[in-house]
Design a protein around this ligand. Structure first.
Ligand code: MTE
Ligand code: MO
Length: 325
């Protein structure tokens, strides 16, 4: 783990496109938001190794060539940011639906032979200071059963090798989980039976859950929707966008009004794009009188959850009619 990794000088990298740019079913890599808490890491692919250790029979050290020689899996799914961990109730609407190619985490864990433990720690090469706290790496811990079932060691996005911004040469991706868990510039996987203390595991990215007094790590995606177009079309409005979440989206409503959404209609729903954790198109053509000025979308999921109207990170997306969202 002594690989020398240079970091771009910026302390935090944040970039995101306007929602109107997310109207395509598959998000182009150049339209996918970027978050790097310490900046962007630049990793030498030849020197890169993935260390697999902890409670395993055979610790591994895999090169990029080793990974490329393993069976490949491909999945299309939404990558979504939880938001600023210091402002956890603020909507940021950073998301994209991309195609991930790589090696199933299961393949690597089977080769290593898991002995025991119910968590998988994932560690990235980037380092620096975030919120005044110096960190020697980015670290997350994830439930081993979920990562084993659907986690991918991704080396390509939309069929092209990952860019430095998105985690070159390899990142973890777990469909249905918030972006924070999808560790970029991956350098180690460790099977463990307890949570590691780290800024990005037990301090930040924790949230309260109904019926519990303890905070839980930010993992499953919330039910959410994004408006990508809202224009007048004769006496009607044409409103469309995407909806997704960790549980299947069952219904999306579109609201229209003057100062806020007042009249709601059901939108039509397309199939999830690319797989169960891809986003679904919603589209509606509600009647829009001259007084109609704002449009909102509200998604509901199979677990019985709905987007709140306000005050939450997944609050309804409200946009101005006839302006590019
Ligand atoms: N190593 C590392 N992985 C990381 C992060 C990071 O700062 N360092 N940020 C996480 C967060 S909060 C998000 S939302 C996604 C963003 O991925 P992207 O920049 O490819 O869109 O990466 C996640 N993985
Ligand atoms: Mo994020």
């Amino acid at each position: 783990m002594s690989l020398d990794v240079s970091m771009s000088p910026d302390a935090t990298t944040k970039w995101q496109p306007a929602p109107a740019r997310l109207d395509e079913p598959t998000t182009a890599v150049e339209d996918l938001y970027v978050i790097g808490h310490f900046g962007i890491a630049h990793v030498d692919a030849d020197a890169w190794r993935l260390h697999v250790g902890g409670a395993v029979e055979r610790p591994l050290e895999l090169s990029l060539a080793d990974l490329h020689a393993m069976p490949t899996v491909q999945v299309q799914a939404v990558l979504e940011c939880f938001g600023n961990p210091l402002l956890p109730d603020e909507p940021t609407r950073r998301a994209g639906n991309v195609v991930w190619t790589g090696v199933a985490v299961r393949t690597v864990l089977d080769e290593a032979g898991v002995r025991d433990g119910d968590l998988l720690w994932a560690e990235g090469h980037d380092h620096g200071v975030f919120d005044g706290v110096p960190c020697t790496e980015y670290r997350k811990d994830l439930p081993l059963d979920v990562v084993r079932e659907r986690g991918v060691l991704a080396h390509a996005m939309n069929g092209e090798p990952l860019t430095a911004e998105h985690g070159f040469p390899v990142r973890l991706f777990v469909p249905g989980y918030f972006g924070t868990n999808n560790v970029k510039w991956l350098r180690a996987l460790t099977v463990a039976d307890h949570r590691p203390d780290h800024l990005f595991t037990t301090t930040l990215y924790q949230r309260s859950v109904p019926g519990s007094t303890t905070l839980a790590p930010v993992r499953d995606l919330d039910v959410i929707s994004l408006v990508t177009a809202a224009r007048r079309d004769g006496p009607r409005a044409h409103v469309r966008g995407w909806a997704w979440g960790s549980a299947p989206v069952t219904r999306v409503e579109v609201g229209l009004g003057t100062d806020g959404p007042e009249e709601w209609v059901d939108a039509t729903l397309g199939e999830p794009v690319g797989g169960p954790f891809g986003w679904r198109r919603f589209e509606a053509f509600p009647t829009a009188g001259p007084e109609a000025r704002v449009v909102a979308a509200r998604a509901h999921d199979a677990a019985g959850r709905s987007q709140p109207l306000g005050g939450a990170r997944n609050a309804c997306h409200v946009v101005a009619l006839d302006q590019e969202p």
